[in-house]
Design a protein around this ligand. Structure first.
Ligand SMILES: Nc1ncnc2c1ncn2[C@@H]1O[C@H](COP(=O)(O)OP(=O)(O)O)[C@@H](O)[C@H]1O
Ligand SMILES: [Mg+2]
Length: 298
């Protein structure tokens, strides 16, 4: 049913290396919309800052001791600890981030160096001394970006979708999120600073495809916090030109999105009805169509 090789839930990664573009807001509300459509959703917080984890009311999980998502991602022998990390939320199951995730970028970078060591005649195992967890077993098919893919393959739950919220920087954590998902949804603010961020993301995806041989599908762009100014109009036009072949949805600036987040839920569980629910449902329907998900239960 999914666009992944093999079986399992369809996956998507909400990504843009610029902070504050609405990755977490979009990821939580798209997950909420998919749940509203009757799907079982697993939400993965890949951001070491754990905004989604905290926003979904899971602060204790963020502060919990090992093993955590850090160990599952960085220790090839402990992928399956993920099953004990999953926490339930009224709208979705969640793999929370954790304070230890602050070390993950370092570990995954060493894993990537291990993958490249043979190119220069270096010994991959010598690099293991610089790492806490990673070993050269992290390298498969000549790269080390399969960490989250392998973690998700070890999940025993039965989900229709996995939604990954990614960190606000370019690096190996984000790469492992895009590599695992193969499908990206890109939130972008309708302001001039978004141009560079979007161009860099397109370059990053091309580099990742070149390095690993996978192909990454863009599901669409979420123009976020849209207001009725000239700058917003100009940027919307720019996004529609750059992503001419993809849907560009518009999520307006709504304080309810912040309030729902503070209440630990998506708009769909939030007490008030908010007009932007319709946009997130449209996104969910497009995802359903593109990723050919399981039939919605009657
Ligand atoms: N459409 C919106 N309207 C109002 N506030 C928003 C909207 N989208 C995001 N925000 C707020 O902007 C801030 C940054 O959003 P967030 O989703 O955390 O971005 P990111 O995950 O990309 O860093 C948060 O406080 C969030 O509540
Ligand atoms: Mg975030």
């Amino acid at each position: 049913m999914s666009s992944q090789p093999g079986s399992g839930p369809a996956r998507l990664c909400v990504t843009n290396a610029k902070g504050g573009t609405g990755k977490t807001t979009v990821a939580v509300n798209v997950a909420g919309a998919l749940n509203e459509r009757g799907h079982d959703v697993l939400f993965v917080d890949l951001d070491p800052q754990g905004n989604a984890t905290e926003g979904l009311g899971l602060v204790e999980a963020y502060d919990a001791g090992p093993p955590t998502l850090f160990d599952a991602l960085t220790d090839p022998d402990r992928r399956s600890v993920v099953d004990d990390l999953i926490v339930s939320h009224p709208e979705m199951d969640v793999v929370p981030s954790n304070i230890d995730m602050l070390q993950a970028e370092h570990e995954l970078t060493i894993a990537e160096l291990m993958a490249r060591a043979p190119e220069v005649g270096a010994d991959p195992d010598a690099l293991a001394d610089l790492a806490m967890n990673v070993t050269s077993d992290a390298v498969t098919d000549g790269h080390a970006l399969g960490a989250l893919d392998e973690v998700l393959a070890a999940v025993e739950g039965d989900y229709d979708y996995v939604v990954v919220d990614s960190p606000p920087f370019y690096g190996k954590l984000t790469d492992t999120g895009i590599y695992a998902a193969r499908n990206v949804l890109v939130p972008a603010l309708t302001e001039a600073t978004s141009e560079r961020a979007v161009e860099l993301l397109i370059d990053q995806m091309a580099a990742l495809e070149g390095q690993t041989g996978i192909s990454v599908q863009t599901l669409g762009v979420v123009a976020n916090r849209v207001e009725k100014t000239n700058e917003d109009r100009t940027m919307l036009q720019w996004l529609e030109e750059v992503f001419a072949d993809f849907p560009v949805w518009q999520v307006r600036k709504r304080v309810a999105l912040q309030r729902a987040f503070t209440d630990g839920v998506s708009l769909f569980e939030y007490e008030d009805s908010v007009d932007m629910e319709a946009v997130f449902l449209e996104i969910a329907d497009e995802i359903d169509e593109r990723l050919d998900a399981a039939e919605v239960p009657a």
